[in-house]
Design a protein around this ligand. Structure first.
Ligand code: NAD
Length: 304
């Protein structure tokens, strides 16, 4: 049986660690982290994601600052909300929930976020630092994927008893071949760079890749970030591979499913993430962790 990489459990471990650090800040009479959340429009999925993120922030003792704008908000209104978070000393992390309504240029607006408050790690400066193997704020979903990989190679199995997250060592990926399917700026590219940073050999596969099943069969770790339900089949995966499914797809019956055909792939894998309950919860946890890092970094800069 493969190890099921339980993202809810893993996220709980990360959030508990953040909670303890926030309690220590309170003990030292230091400011608690502040998360600025900007939601434009009333997309149901975005509303649910934002509610989840705010719930986790509140659980960790963060202050939350909420700005909601209507779906027809102008570029100037959204810009001003971002700039106001930038200049608010109480805000350490800024979350601009994507996608924005179609008339708004999200790339231009993301570029306005103070890179030191870039909780999502999507500002071009932070992306450039990631390429250099430097920087502190990395994109949340890729960070969550790396924690799943750590769990996969650890001797900890959430189904077999409780261990704290700090027991999970950073996995050594030297000599491992990682195939990332998908090359988006949000997931595919940054997750590949994070694996490369750990000495993995990385192949970026995408919609123009020839014989994708054969490429995947060479992988020790398959990371699927595509958006095509059940694309990755059992005969795409070599025996014992680790399979990380980033995809979130809604089926016509309303159910959520991933990019991996879980039922057929799981028996061949050594470890696999479920959808839902895999990478998704970790994306939220890493946003919270990034905000804590940003808060600590800003506080230490302020005392210098
Ligand atoms: P995207 O549409 O920006 O990128 C998809 C990538 O997949 C592209 O690079 C494309 O080349 C590649 N692709 C498309 N069809 C393909 C095919 N048939 N074969 C091989 N490659 C193909 O999407 P994204 O933002 O990277 O998101 C990917 C998936 O991950 C989506 O399902 C999204 O909902 C999900 N997602 C989940 C989380 C999470 O927290 N779990 C976060 C972000 C995205």
């Amino acid at each position: 049986m493969p190890k099921i990489l339980d993202g809810k459990w893993l996220a709980e471990q990360v959030l508990s660690a953040v909670q303890r650090e926030v309690a220590a800040l309170v003990d030292k009479r230091q400011r608690v982290p502040g998360l600025g959340v900007l939601l434009v429009g009333d997309n149901a999925a975005s509303k649910a994601y934002v509610a989840n993120k705010e719930k986790s922030a509140a659980k960790c003792g963060f202050q939350a600052f909420d700005v909601r704008l209507p779906a027809d908000a102008t570029y100037e209104q959204v810009r001003d909300a971002v700039l106001s978070f930038n200049s608010d000393e109480r805000v350490d992390g800024i979350l601009m929930q994507l996608p924005l309504p179609g008339h708004l240029d999200s790339s231009k607006l993301l570029d306005l976020i103070d890179p030191n408050k870039d909780a999502d790690g999507l500002h071009p400066l932070n992306q450039g630092l990631l390429m250099k193997g430097a920087g502190m704020l990395r994109p949340c979903t890729p960070l969550g994927v790396m924690k799943h990989i750590d769990l996969a190679f650890s001797n900890i199995d959430p189904q077999k008893g409780q261990h704290a997250a700090q027991d999970i060592a950073t996995a050594r990926l030297d000599g491992k071949h990682v195939v990332v399917i998908g090359r988006s700026v949000l997931v595919g590219k940054p997750v590949g760079f994070l694996c490369l940073e750990r000495n993995a050999t990385v192949t970026f596969a995408h919609s123009k890749t020839k014989d994708l099943p054969a490429v995947c069969r060479t992988a020790d770790i398959v990371i699927a970030a595509v958006g095509v339900p059940h694309l990755v089949k059992a005969d795409w995966v070599k025996e014992g591979a680790v399979v990380i499914d980033v995809g979130i797809n809604r089926l016509p019956n309303g159910k959520l499913t991933g990019d991996v055909d879980f039922d057929s792939v799981a028996p061949k894998s050594s470890a696999i993430t479920p959808v839902p309950g895999g990478v998704g919860p970790m994306t939220v946890a890493m946003l919270i962790q990034n905000t804590l890092h940003a808060c600590k970094s800003r506080q230490s800069q302020a005392t210098k």
